[in-house]
Design a protein around this ligand. Structure first.
Ligand code: NAD
Ligand code: DAU
Length: 359
């Protein structure tokens, strides 16, 4: 049995679905169900006794202690977080509460549980913390990609809160001997990605005939990894990672944002052409830049590849096609997540940014 936190969100849900597709080991899934958590992501597991869903907060020490005592997981995998940079700029408080205080409380509950295990259970127990490349800060165009030795230089409230959580995890290993592993991954994309993030937002807006808002000059670079490759990396690190180590996860797929948006538009032109014969790219609109926008991320994943033999299964071309096809086939999922709260967010974020120019 493993305990997953945040398993109703984008990466967590993909992880739980993949885990149960390739293993019979049950999963307890603790998720607060914030705006980003969605039980529809886990609909295919309804009636599957291997999946136990619990709605709750990683910061609820009593609840976490009870789950650990009741289910005796051999590992805890922490996906739970506030994850959207733009939201962290509008309102950092939730990011501090969940990503910093929540991780601290989770670590404490896990430490107390782990301390009481017998020697053999203690030996196999793992706490895997899922983190981001954003803790390393921003690269200039010709800088080498982030290695695990790169100093932490977080620039947004989100990345600062994730960096803080990574430091806590490290300290709980160094001071208390808690058997931790940390992964720092680049930008994910794929099924169940909430349409506040670049790729799903562009797909959803394009199909709705809305503007495609590109921040600033659109030349910021992100390093994209298909979500199922991130999940396979986490499984591999859990299985064979060295205790106390951090592993960068990435697929060597650096691309400027405008190229991503044009690729999405071209795929939609092919798979669902506009009724008026126009190109989706005509909907691209340059809008006011994100404050403090990191220019470039790039992950050097050689440690994970060399030490643990991990390789991504998808190229960007295969992954992005699968992703666009998934959104076209799941209009019901898209409609379901576009609640009143989602519409309010879009209004808050893009009404003020909209003094941009069409492409
Ligand atoms: P997400 O926002 O889609 O999902 C987060 C999940 O955590 C949601 O289901 C939410 O309900 C849950 N949650 C939030 N606060 C909680 C709390 N206090 N207690 C319990 N559950 C809570 O995020 P995601 O994109 O799936 O990211 C998952 C993890 O991976 C995060 O830690 C994020 O920092 C990290 N990460 C994300 C990316 C990416 O590209 N999305 C890349 C690298 C690392
Ligand atoms: O690098 C890993 C990180 O990737 C994760 O830790 C975060 O949880 C995840 O949200 C993601 O952060 P980004 O800020 O890179 O992702 P986002 O999809 O928000 O934006 C990707 C790029 O696209 C970024 O340079 C900002 C830009 N962008 C984004 C949106 C939402 C736009 O130009 N327009 C938009 O409307």
């Amino acid at each position: 049995m493993i305990l997953v936190t945040g398993g109703a969100g984008f990466i967590g849900a993909n992880f739980v679905l993949d885990w149960l597709a390739c293993s019979s080991e049950p999963v307890v899934n603790l998720d607060k169900l914030t705006y980003a958590g969605n039980l529809h992501n886990l609909r295919s597991l309804e009636g599957d006794a291997r999946h136990v869903f619990v709605q709750g907060d990683i910061g609820d020490t009593a609840l976490v202690a009870r789950l650990l005592a009741e289910h005796q997981p051999r590992a805890v995998i922490n996906f739970a977080a506030e994850s959207h940079v733009d939201r962290s700029i509008h309102g950092p408080e939730d990011f501090i509460q969940t990503n910093v205080v929540g991780t601290f409380r989770l670590l404490e509950a896990v430490r107390k549980h782990w301390s009481g295990l017998d020697a053999s259970d203690k030996g196999v127990f793992r706490f895997l913390h899922v983190s981001t490349d954003e803790v390393y800060g921003s690269l200039a165009a010709t800088d080498p990609a982030f290695t695990e030795q790169h100093p932490f230089e977080p620039n947004s409230p989100y990345s600062a809160s994730k960096a803080a959580s990574d430091h806590l995890v490290r300290a709980w290993h160094h001071t208390y001997g808690l058997p931790v592993l940390t992964t720092n991954c680049s930008n994910n994309y794929g099924p169940y990605h909430f349409p506040e993030k670049l790729i799903p937002l562009m797909i959803v807006n394009a199909l709705a005939g809305k503007p495609l808002p590109v921040y600033g000059d659109g030349m910021q670079v992100r390093d994209w990894l298909y979500v199922k490759d991130h999940c396979s990396a986490i499984r591999r690190v859990l299985e064979a990672g060295r205790l106390g180590e951090t592993y960068n996860v990435g697929g060597w797929n650096e691309k400027p944002n405008i190229e991503i948006v044009n690729t999405v538009c071209a795929l939609l032109d092919e798979l669902r052409p506009r009724a008026d014969g126009q190109r989706y790219a005509s909907q691209i609109t340059y809008v006011t830049d994100r404050p403090g926008h990191d220019r470039r991320y790039a992950i050097d994943a050689r440690k994970l590849e060399a030490e643990l033999g991990w390789k991504p299964a998808e190229t960007f071309d295969t992954g992005i096609r699968k992703t666009v096809e998934w959104y076209l086939a799941h209009a019901d999922w898209v409609a379901n997540v576009q609640t009143g709260a989602y519409r309010e967010w879009v209004q808050t974020q893009y009404a003020s940014a909209a003094q941009g120019t069409a492409a």
